[in-house]
Design a binder for this molecule. Structure first.
Ligand code: CDP
Ligand code: MG
Length: 137
């Protein structure tokens, strides 16, 4: 089924010049970039994005991190895009991420795990509305 999902390249990924490497992997998988921008995220946007984690101990740190520098917001469209992208990014903790995944190949610590990707189609719809209120292409 054709789906659209959200990918964020976090400040560490942008800072390490990994925009191209991460985007290359997505495109090589035959998924289509259907929205793309480099932004300095507003605190409110990031807090809404991570609303499900509001009570978790890492909430403040992850919001500080996401607003610490430019991030890439990307909409990605294709067959089963939500699961395909999640699997491609790897486990949240890079130490547990399989080699071959973005986190398993390029990240080492959970607080700098390079990317966000939507966890399921409902989250994708909510997150795309937040980051791409103008819609995708
Ligand atoms: O990003 P993902 O969906 O894989 O993980 P999450 O459980 O939804 O957590 C969101 C983000 O919070 C993670 O990607 C980490 O950047 C951060 N986090 C953290 O710093 N420490 C944790 N123990 C859990 C999450
Ligand atoms: Mg998540």
């Amino acid at each position: 089924m054709e789906e659209t999902t959200l990918v964020l390249i976090k400040p560490g990924g942008v800072g390490r010049n990994l925009i191209g490497e991460i985007t290359r992997r997505i495109e090589a998988r035959q998924l289509r970039v259907s929205g793309l921008k480099l932004v300095r995220a507003e605190r409110g946007t990031v807090e809404q994005h991570y609303d499900e984690h509001r009570e978790r101990p890492f909430f403040k740190d992850v919001c500080d991190y996401l607003t610490s520098g430019p991030i890439v917001a990307m909409a990605v469209t294709g067959t089963n895009a939500v699961k395909a992208i999640r699997t491609m990014m790897g486990a949240t903790n890079p130490l547990e991420a399989t080699p071959g995944t973005v986190r398993g190949d390029l990240a080492l610590t959970i607080d700098d795990n390079l990317t966000h990707s939507s966890s399921d189609p409902e989250a994708a719809a909510r997150e795309l509305a937040l980051w791409f209120p103008e819609g995708t292409v």
